[in-house]
Ligand binder design. Structure first.
Ligand SMILES: O=C(O)c1cccc(C(=O)CC[C@H]2O[C@@H](n3cnc4c(=O)[nH]cnc43)[C@H](O)[C@@H]2O)c1
Length: 220
């Protein structure tokens, strides 16, 4: 399918190949979308996204998409989260009084704003398609949470946080740097807490990611 000149061009960045495959299946060859692997973690994701934005066609929207952990009682395994805020939860300083974010230290922002109308539009569309979806803050961390104690610290630091993953902030900073709006869409594969990779429902999360991608074709 040829993309008309006035159609929105969307770059979707995933961390690994199985996520890219799931997204492509949902998009069914829609040529408005470019889907690339950005690598695991915020640094690889930022570097890859910046390179793609600098060297490929101009994009109107960047989406970080993939699987994630979900905070217990906020986002169930198999459900989708659209980031209402993209927050780097471990960017700051540890002090005797606790964690100080980049914002509190006065060195910039550990959070990238997203267009709330677009977030609501996409979340509504996912729900109308019968998918379990909500909006909420999505945390970016360089280290996957692996204990109940860390999960508690994070949910106290960011009340209402819905999900955590490892790339959103990196992708978002690269997009923000060139003035392109950004979204983060996550399919929850596991509950955040004690590490038990055997309990990760990766197949279910990839199926939800595919279904979400097919909705994106309709709404963007
Ligand atoms: O093993 C597989 O088949 C497989 C298929 C797709 C993806 C994976 C990954 O391990 C992707 C790593 C990716 O997942 C995000 N993620 C998922 N759960 C969490 C979490 O609890 N905390 C933080 N990140 C999480 C993360 O963005 C990684 O890049 C494996």
């Amino acid at each position: 399918m040829e993309a008309a000149q006035n159609e929105k061009r969307v770059l979707i960045v995933t961390s690994v190949e199985p996520e890219r495959v799931a997204v492509l299946r949902g998009l069914r060859d829609d040529s408005r979308f470019t889907v690339r692997i950005g690598g695991v973690g915020p640094i690889a994701a930022a570097a890859s996204t910046a390179r793609i934005l600098a060297t490929e066609e101009p994009f109107d929207l960047v989406i970080c998409a993939g699987i994630s952990g979900g905070f217990v009682d906020q986002a169930e395994v198999g459900s989708l989260v659209v980031a209402s805020e993209i927050v780097c939860a471990d960017l700051g300083a540890e002090t005797a009084e606790g964690f100080s974010s980049l914002d509190e230290l006065g060195f910039g922002s550990a959070s990238v704003p997203v267009d709330q109308e677009l977030v609501a539009h996409v979340t509504d569309a996912l729900q109308r398609a019968g998918l379990s979806a909500r909006k909420g803050p999505v945390l970016t961390l360089s280290t996957v949470t692996g204990t109940a104690a860390t999960a508690l610290v994070l949910s106290k630091r960011m009340p209402g946080a819905a999900a955590e993953a490892m790339e959103g902030y990196g992708v978002a900073v690269a997009a923000q740097d060139v003035g392109v709006p950004v979204l983060e869409i996550r399919a929850v594969s596991n509950a955040i807490g004690p590490r038990d990779k055997s309990a990760w429902r990766i197949k279910d999360a990839l199926a939800a990611l595919e279904a979400a991608s097919s909705v994106l074709r309709e709404v963007l």
